[in-house]
Design a protein around this ligand. Structure first.
Ligand SMILES: [Fe+2]
Length: 487
């Protein structure tokens, strides 16, 4: 609004006929114009940087059903949609999940390492129906007591089409253990989704585990939530998710609440397909839980599960945060789908109610960083909090706070809904960098004091960091890291 009023004034002067004014009047006009430009620049620079990168803004097209990335594996009852996630609280167990289409088959996993004999674990099989869709046979098998920092091979499809994969267990939990997390959100299954996943796989900073920020298949964007698109998505991401754990967060596209077609149970496809180790952290539902991995303590929250006072999620988080031993796991990371701080118009303020409930705890317990998705773009904040407001005072503006987390939105996986390109203006003070492009993030923990975050735009080369920032650990090195941006 301020920009508009300044230039309206200049326009009015022009309309009055600047060319006919005397020299002193012209000087005054010139000064006015220069002042206007300076003030305009000040407005533009009010917050951080809004990237000027030019990208296509057309909606992304889903890859067709006969795409090679969706190919059904050959062989009778061949296991498909294989994916793994952490299976306990410390990383010494893995949940292996896969689907067989023709018949239940065996739900066994055979696994071994270079130093161990073959071992077998028995899983369970579940199925579900959704409107006129019937799922395949969904297998989930926990393999535990694994040795840390070890390559394991595993085979599923025992007795039919046996298929081998591998994964590497994380190092044992400890304060100085380096570890590299990938960050992907809102992936979907478009041609851009495929670029994002390829870009992540090709990144020279090799991610060891993905923190997935919610909104997986976008099947609910299809008529009757066509669950065939859950299957295609599972086959699409297998090339990564079968080999490294994806830590799951539920987004709004996992709700699948459709009473109009007889499907009133929220999260039905998601909870049947994606098991998470919520019991291991004392949670009572798969939408909020925690894991330790290397030097990180990761808390997953459910943006679409009740979080008000007295609710299960509220009580769990209240008891969970004091349990975090920062001398063991210095890096306290929270992931949730809906961001609390978002200066795009898309989903603006949707995270506000949860922020009001939990932000004071995040400051008290000095969360290092919060990763979110939901907004189809990228944004990184200062360390800020907005906990001083009490309705009657006027302290309702976020302030810089070195006890607060950095908030990073990486909802730019590339789904069919396209980019969130419209931003609130001017850019808020707390927003350091924002850009509406598809990409992924890397959170690279070096030791107990330093971690490096980088954001990688799909259009760039694999080594390019379109935005990056050094985070100083809030427990071991709570120095001001606001000026540590390195790109
Ligand atoms: Fe979302």
């Amino acid at each position: 609004m301020r920009v508009q009023s300044k230039w309206s004034a200049v326009d009015n002067m022009t309309e009055m006929g600047v060319g006919s004014l005397d020299s002193s009047t012209c000087s005054r006009v010139a000064i006015f114009v220069v002042l206007g430009l300076v003030l305009n620049l000040a407005v533009v620079c009010n917050g951080g940087q809004t990237s000027a990168f030019v990208r296509k803004i057309d909606f992304s097209a889903d890859m067709p059903l006969d795409s090679d990335v969706f190919r059904v594996p050959l062989g009778y009852n061949a296991p498909q949609q294989v994916h793994i996630t952490q299976g306990d609280h410390t990383g010494s167990a893995v949940i292996v999940s896969w689907i067989t289409a023709d018949e239940p088959g065996y739900s066994k996993v055979v696994y071994w390492s270079a130093n161990s004999e073959n071992q077998t674990a028995e899983g369970i099989i579940t199925t579900y129906t959704f409107y006129n869709y019937t799922s395949g046979y969904i297998h989930h098998c926990i393999i535990g007591n694994l040795t840390f920092n070890t390559r394991y091979y595993y085979v599923v499809g025992i007795g039919e089409t046996e298929t081998q994969f591998w994964f590497t267990t994380p190092p044992e939990v400890g304060p100085d253990v380096p570890y590299t997390f990938g960050l992907i959100g809102d992936l979907g299954q478009t041609f851009d989704s495929n670029k994002t996943l390829t870009h992540y796989e090709s990144n020279l900073l090799k991610g060891q585990t993905i923190l997935y920020l919610g909104d997986l298949s976008y099947a609910d964007d299809y008529p009757n939530h066509n669950n065939v698109r859950w299957d295609t998505w599972g086959r699409f991401v297998e090339r990564s998710a079968a080999y490294q754990p994806w830590i799951w967060t539920a987004g709004n596209h996992e709700i699948d609440f459709a009473p109009e077609i007889g499907e009133p149970i929220p999260f039905k496809p998601y909870t049947h397909r994606y098991y998470v180790p919520y019991n291991a952290s004392g949670s009572t539902a798969p939408f909020w839980y925690s894991i330790k991995r290397a030097s990180a303590y990761v808390i997953v929250l459910g943006s679409y599960s009740a979080y008000g006072t007295y609710t299960p999620q509220y009580k769990w988080l209240q008891e969970e945060l004091p349990k975090v031993n920062r001398s063991e796991t210095p890096w306290l990371i929270v992931i949730m789908h809906c961001p609390w701080y978002n200066s795009y118009q898309s989903h603006y303020m949707e995270g506000e109610a949860m922020r009001v409930m939990f932000e004071a705890w995040f400051v008290e317990y000095k969360v290092d960083v919060v990763f979110s998705g939901h907004v189809h773009a990228y944004e990184r904040s200062e360390r800020i909090s907005n906990v001083a407001y009490d309705i009657v005072n006027a302290n309702c503006t976020p302030v810089k706070d070195q006890s607060a987390p950095v908030y990073i939105t990486v909802g730019d996986g590339g789904n069919l809904e396209g980019l969130s390109t419209v931003m609130t203006e001017p850019q808020p003070d707390y927003s350091v960098f924002r850009e509406a492009s598809f990409g992924h993030g890397i959170f690279d923990i070096k030791n107990r004091t330093h971690a490096h975050f980088s954001w990688h735009r799909n259009e760039d080369g694999y080594a390019v960091e379109a935005d990056s920032h050094w985070l100083f650990n809030r427990y071991y090195y709570p120095a001001d890291d606001s000026k540590s941006t390195s790109a």
